[in-house]
Design a protein around this ligand. Sequence first.
Ligand code: SF4
Length: 87
Amino acid sequence: MNRLYHDSEDWVAQGRCRAYDPEIFFPVSTTGIGRADTERALEVCGGCTVRRECLRWALRAGEADGVWGGTTPEERRYMRRELAPAV
Ligand code: SF4
């Protein structure tokens, strides 16, 4: 992927999640009642060709809710806190 494409948000149109119910990407929780939706969303992300771009966007935007780029909100909080310089 070239840098121009990479820096734009064109990746959104390529997201695998577009073919799925958006609600599974915004479960009420990642455990308990929301666990099944979370696992389903992570499974969809696992086969997404723009996962990396999506995760980068979510980290830069500070997206606090939902599954983005194959990560849960808790995982992104950890990444921002511990791994931000490497992303
Ligand atoms: S990584 Fe997941 S949330 Fe991001 S575009 Fe792909 S399917 Fe959608």
